[in-house]
Design a protein around this ligand. Structure first.
Ligand code: ADP
Length: 206
């Protein structure tokens, strides 16, 4: 049988997955927007921050991860990459995945590409929520009032997360720019306005 683009087999092939990296500094709105995107496009949403916070708190792994995250530092790549891969592997039939909070280093970006390649698929686009630093500080301080997250509560830890983002995560933007997959999105405005911007970008790029 000759395969063409309309063949059901072709459409169900993993190559047709929509894999989105949602990128941006802490407080940019990645979690909020990912939840909306996942519903709209029928994707799985994987937030490495949520995965770490969801570990059994008594486990060594959870304690280790918390020792980094409570200070606003990154959990080491080796651990994070393993956790991400095992999380993705829980959804072999996903139509696509939104990666939220991953990759946060260039090594993670390289590992994610290799992992997806081994599954015959790839990242479709990196949507970057752009928000300036003063606004981020205000948002994180407000979130601390109800999130109960120790890394949201202390201005010095918030500042460390922003600094870690600038030093280790911001360079990941270049990784996706070089691949022509980076789309900058204005992350300031109402949740629904920002969501509309993201949806337009997905529809254009997917
Ligand atoms: P936010 O985006 O609000 O900063 P997250 O919930 O995404 O927070 O992450 C919280 C913490 O979990 C991070 O500060 C970091 O310690 C850890 N973490 C999450 N994702 C990663 C990652 N990809 N690599 C290393 N550490 C991570």
């Amino acid at each position: 049988m000759v395969m063409d683009e309309t063949s059901p087999k072709y459409l169900s092939s993993t190559n047709r997955m929509i894999n989105i990296v949602i990128f941006g500094p802490p407080g940019a709105g990645k979690g909020t927007q990912s939840a909306k995107l996942k519903d709209k496009f029928g994707l799985i949403h994987i937030s490495t921050g949520d995965v770490f916070r969801g570990l059994n708190p008594e486990s060594d792994l959870a304690k280790l991860a918390k020792s980094y995250s409570d200070q606003g530092n990154l959990v080491p790549d080796e651990i994070t990459i393993k956790i991400l891969e095992s999380e993705v592997s829980k959804y072999p039939d996903a139509a696509g995945v939104i990666y939220d909070g991953f990759p946060r280093t260039e090594a993670q970006a390289v590992a994610l590409d290799a992992f997806l390649k081994s599954k015959n698929t790839s990242i479709s686009m990196a949507l970057a929520l752009e928000v300036e630093e003063n606004e981020l500080r205000d948002r994180l301080k407000n979130r601390a009032l109800d999130s109960g997250r120790p890394d949201d509560a202390d201005p010095a830890i918030i500042q460390n997360r922003i600094d870690v983002y600038n030093a280790q995560t911001a360079p990941v933007a270049d990784f996706y720019k070089k691949q022509g997959k980076y789309v900058g999105i204005n992350g300031v405005g109402s949740i629904s306005d920002i969501f509309d911007r993201l949806c337009s970008a997905v529809q254009e790029k997917a």
